[in-house]
Structures are given as C-alpha cells and as structure tokens.
Design a protein around this ligand. Structure first.
Ligand code: SF4
Length: 182
C-alpha cells in the first residue's frame, strides 16, 4: 500500500514545482497527438526509439496507459530571460530530465503491482539515442517515452492535477507522470 501524501511530498522535496494525483479513468487520451508528432515540430520524429513511430502504435499505447489505476503527475518550471531564450529552455529541460532520472530510483522502490513512468520530449537517457545509428536501445530498462507519445492530453492533465499548464511570462513548464496500479 502506497502512502500517497508521503510520496507526493517526497517528489516535491526532490525538486518538482508541483505534484498531484489523478485517476487514470479521468484522463483524456487523444489519438490526434500522433499527427502532431508526425508533423515533427520537435525534430525527434524517427530519431529516438521511445518516440513515434518506433515507440509503437498510438492505440496500443493508449490501451496500455488506460490499464493503470492512478497517475502521480509532477511538473518543473524553468525561468527564461525572454521567450527566445533557447539556452534557458535547454537548461530547464536538463533539470527536468535529471529530476525524472532521480524519481525513477524512488519509483523503483514503490510497492506497486505495475508502473509506467512517462516524461517530456524524447528519451534523454543517452546523449545520442542509438536510433540515430540504427543500433538497439542501449538501456531498455531506463528508456522513457513522453506523455504525448502515449496520447495524454497534458494541458487537461495539468488542470486535473491542480496545476497550471503555463506558469507565467518567461517560464517553461515540463511535465512527467508515474502511472501505477497498487
Ligand atoms: S535509452 Fe538511450 S538508446 Fe534507448 S531510447 Fe533512450 S536514448 Fe535511445
């Protein structure tokens, strides 16, 4: 049995800006996010084993995510000098991914029957994904897909978890979530 309040507090202590717990049955999933991935605005499409199309069929991933009971949602907020501050965005992403990596170790200790940790953007475990040289994933046990890859409507998820999707001028907000069943 998970002590949920204790877990949420621990995630805050480790560096999240806010945390919240959502029932997976309340989360909206949207197949259309796959079209956005295919438009390749982020440049990761086809360049990471954990991004589309290699991450898998959207319907299969949505069904997998729907098979969990709850989602522990967390967010990080980075400060930017202005809305063109690309370096600031990269630094905020690095901080978020570092937190996600630390949280993985915490989540591994939880007494849950199954879990799925989803993050922001592509997998950031390796400096360069092995997909770029068409080699097998180097660390499948650590590899992490994004919430969007699983079709999660993240802006709605934020509201459901009691968070803002956007946290003010000159900030960038990233999300992650642990889907789990007790
Ligand atoms: S663990 Fe490394 S090789 Fe595997 S998906 Fe992530 S970045 Fe790519």
């Amino acid at each position: 049995m998970i002590e949920e309040k204790e877990l949420l507090d621990k995630v805050l202590e480790m560096g999240a800006y806010k945390t919240g717990l959502v029932k997976v049955s309340d989360i909206r999933f949207e197949r259309a996010f796959r079209d956005m991935c295919e438009a390749n605005a982020c440049g990761n499409y086809g360049k990471c084993w954990m991004c589309p199309p290699d991450a898998g069929d959207i319907d299969v991933l949505i069904e997998e995510a729907k098979g969990f009971q709850k989602a522990l949602v967390y967010q990080t907020v980075g400060q930017l000098e202005d809305s063109y501050d690309f370096e600031g965005m990269m630094e905020a992403a690095r901080v978020h991914n570092e937190l996600a990596n630390s949280l993985r170790q915490l989540f591994d200790t939880l007494p849950v029957s199954k879990k799925l940790h989803l993050g922001a953007g592509g997998c950031h475990v390796c400096e360069r994904c092995a997909k770029l040289t068409n080699e097998p994933c180097r660390s499948p046990e650590l590899a992490m897909a994004s919430l969007e890859t699983y079709g999660v409507a993240v802006s709605e998820l934020a509201a459901q978890a009691g968070m803002k999707y956007i946290n003010g001028e000159n900030t960038v907000t990233y999300f992650g979530a642990l889907f789990f069943s007790e």
